[in-house]
Every structure is written in C-alpha cells, then in structure tokens.
Ligand binder design. Structure first.
Ligand code: C5P
Length: 411
C-alpha cells in the first residue's frame, strides 16, 4: 500500500447510492496514513450517516455551512486551507452541474468554490445511472469541469443499483485510491509513450503442452504501473501471467515469442521508450504436433527439435526507430552469477543504452528484487526493495535518461 502519511485529504460525499463505497475509500485513505476530513452534502446523509464517516475518519464530519463548531464560523474556508486535495466520491450528476456554474448553496459546493485553485486540486469520482452519465448535459459538464482545472476520474462499467447495466458506476474504492496516489506522483513521463513487454512466453509442443519459464511478470507490470503513474501512455505486451493489468494501461496478451516479437515491432513505432522485461524463450519447438502427442507402444519419449526465436530487444534496438534516436531502449538481464560482467556484455551485444541486471533465482516469482543499472559510464545499484518501489525508482531514472537522450539528439 502506498504511503500517504504526508497528505491531508478532504473527502467530499454528494448524494448517491455509491456513498456506501466512500466508507471503504475512507478506510483505505486512513490506512495509508493520510488524515481525512469528511464533508457531506445533505443528500449524502440520506445514504450513509455522518456517524459512520466520523468513526472511519476519526474526525468530526461537516455537513452544513451554518455549522458553528468552527471558531470563525467559516468551515468552507478553514477545511480546505491545509488540504493536499479535495476528493469528491461519489460526485453526483447534480453536484457536477452545480460546480460548473460556481453555485455554492451548501457546504460542499461552497467549499469547492472557495478552494485556492493553485494549491488545492479537486478530483471527482462520478457515480450515476448510465443514462444520466451518457446524457449530453453530463458529458458537457464533465468537459467543463476539466477545463476549469478539476480532475474527473473515469467511471466503471457494470450492473447498477437501479437494475440497469452500463457505464456510470463509481470506480471501486481501491481504484479511486490508486488514481489519487498516481495524481500525487511527479509527472516525469507526462505524455511520453512507453512500451513494456513482460512475463514468460509459452512455446507449444502440441495443442495441450508447451515450454515456458518461471517469470511472474511482476517487474514488468510494476513498471507499467509506475510509468502510468508518472504520466505516460503505457502499452504492456505480456505472455501468460496471473496478474491484472494496472488501470489505464493497455494490455496486449500474447503466448509465443514470435507473437510477442510481432506485436512489439508493431507497437514500438509509436513509442518513446521500450523496456524489455519479458523472459523470452530463446527456442521454440520446430516439429510442433497439431495432434496431442501420445505414448506409443514402445513408450519412447517424443523427439523434439528446436529452432531459434527472434531476439526482440536486439531487433528493436537495431531497428529504424532506435537508430533514428526516436526510441530509448532498456533491457533486463537475469543471470545466475557474475551479474555485472554478464549484464555489461549483454548491454553491448544487444545495443541498448541501459541494461538492468538482476539475479534470476533471487527475482523470479518474488515480490522484491535488487537491481544493477548498467550504462556506458558504469553501474549504479538499486538496493533490495519491493518490485513496486524499484519500479518507481527505475522509472524516475529512465525519465531522466530520456530527457538527456532527447536533449543530446537536439544538440
Ligand atoms: O539474452 P537474454 O535473454 O539474457 O537477454 C535478456 C534481455 O533480452 C531481456 O531484456 C529480454 O526481454 C530480451 N530478450 C528478447 N528476446 C529474446 C531473448 C531475450 O527481447 N529472444
């Protein structure tokens, strides 16, 4: 879980059945160390009580602009002045309509209008019936809110409390929480396009069997999440893994090394950075059997022949886009010993500016890792840490290198 211990969040609830999810969201925020001040509209109190939100946030809840518990009777000013952000979840259609007009007839809307625009960001998690969400008036309002500087999070798709199905459900609490965490990350890769490959490949022997390896895909998926949090548009091409793609990351699932190669070469044309974390099989079965191999009378094992798979990283690093200086490539080297030496040699062989070395047995399937960053000047160590933390550090490092790389290209 991300650490928000330095953050003070004003959690606003407007009226809607999704208010019940705000309780869980409040818990996630407090668990992450954030201090949370809940402000509710009158309508919100019809769906969940201030008592519940007070117990979960550990602070008095505010509902009315006439509440005289504040020394100067100005809750709408006082509550936001220390806030790292105001997060409205749920944001009802009516509440968003109110905001775009700068209306301020209750504490919640008054507080949004009175917030310092420069220092107190406003995030909204809309929640409503699908017809209300797709109505041109709502879509216009969403657009206007964005133009006015608010961050309008997406909505989820699925069954709605009204019995209908479609777009408009509020995002799940964990998704809102991670969007908020991403919002606080420095946008070091803003608008950059990052392509990552991840996981193992699966090389079929027959329709029911195949060869694969122990790569879990965790490092690549963590990097995709970190790059997205840093503001990048991320495409993730992954072999078979048991992981869900991070929200907002485009996933292209593949099976074989050849499929991964073909997809990478297609997608890389639109990328600024390529990070190759995938554990690509070096060989595939040449005499693939279209029928399941059976044990014969003689019980002899089948004879498998192999042919080499393409080297994806090498192909990309020696390809047009990289040669033109339009693409920054990063490779990963998983070794069993002499990491620095092998990874350094591999960096040169593959033709990439940065090779990230790690010890295979100490990373495959694990949640933590230790990395060596090897470039033409030498080596830097990222000490053992969770893959999430390492991914964030590596993305920050890659963003700096990308800037220098693009600068160098200009001069
Ligand atoms: O040669 P080796 O597999 O050790 O190199 C590791 C790096 O090369 C990784 O970045 C991996 O994703 C990439 N690779 C590749 N295609 C292959 C084999 C490895 O892109 N066929």
């Amino acid at each position: 879980m991300k650490d928000l211990s330095q953050k003070h969040i004003v959690l606003g609830l407007s009226g809607g059945i999704a208010c019940y999810k705000a309780a869980e969201l409040c818990r996630l925020l407090t668990k992450s160390g954030a201090s949370v001040q809940v402000v509710m509209s009158e309508a919100a109190t019809q769906f969940i009580t201030p008592v519940t939100m007070q117990a979960l946030s550990g602070r008095e809840v505010f509902v009315s602009q006439w509440d005289d518990r504040q020394f100067n009777n100005m809750a709408h000013i006082n509550l936001t002045r220390q806030a790292s952000a105001i997060l409205i979840a749920p944001a009802s259609a009516d509440f968003m309509a109110k905001l775009i007009h700068g209306r301020a007839d209750d504490l919640l809307s008054l507080m949004c209008l009175a917030r310092p625009l420069e220092s107190t960001p406003l995030l909204l998690a809309p929640a409503m019936n699908r017809e209300m969400w797709s109505h041109p008036a709502t879509q216009r309002n969403v657009q206007q809110l964005k133009e006015d500087g608010a961050v309008v999070l997406g909505v989820a798709q699925g069954d709605q409390a009204c019995g209908e199905t479609g777009d408009g459900r509020m995002l799940e609490p964990l998704d809102i929480f991670s969007e908020l965490c991403d919002f606080f990350e420095p946008q070091v890769l803003k608008s950059r396009r990052v392509l990552i490959n991840a996981g193992p490949t699966f090389e079929p022997i027959d329709p029911v069997r195949g060869l694969t390896n122990l790569s879990s895909g965790k490092m690549g998926f963590s990097l995709a999440q970190a790059a997205k949090a840093a503001g990048a548009q991320v495409t993730l091409i992954s072999g078979p893994v048991h992981l869900s793609p991070p929200r907002g990351v485009r996933l292209i699932p593949v099976q074989t090394a050849q499929e991964m190669h073909d997809q990478v070469l297609l997608e890389v044309e639109q990328a600024d950075v390529f990070i190759a974390t995938a554990a690509v099989a070096d060989w595939r079965v040449k005499n693939y059997s279209t029928a399941k191999l059976k044990k014969g009378e003689d019980r002899k094992p089948p004879h498998l022949e192999f042919e080499e798979n393409p080297d994806i990283l090498s192909a990309v690093a020696h390809g047009d886009r990289a040669r033109r200086g339009a693409l920054f490539c990063v490779g990963f080297a998983a070794e069993s010993h002499d990491l620095l030496q092998h990874a350094s040699e591999k960096r040169i062989r593959k033709g990439v500016p940065l090779m990230v070395g790690n010890l295979g047995p100490l990373t495959f399937g694990r949640d933590d890792n230790e990395l060596l960053l090897i470039d033409e000047h030498g080596v830097k160590t990222l000490e053992r840490n969770s893959k999430e933390k390492l991914a964030a550090l590596l993305i920050t490092d890659v963003a700096q290198r990308l800037e220098r790389f693009l600068e160098g290209k200009k001069s």
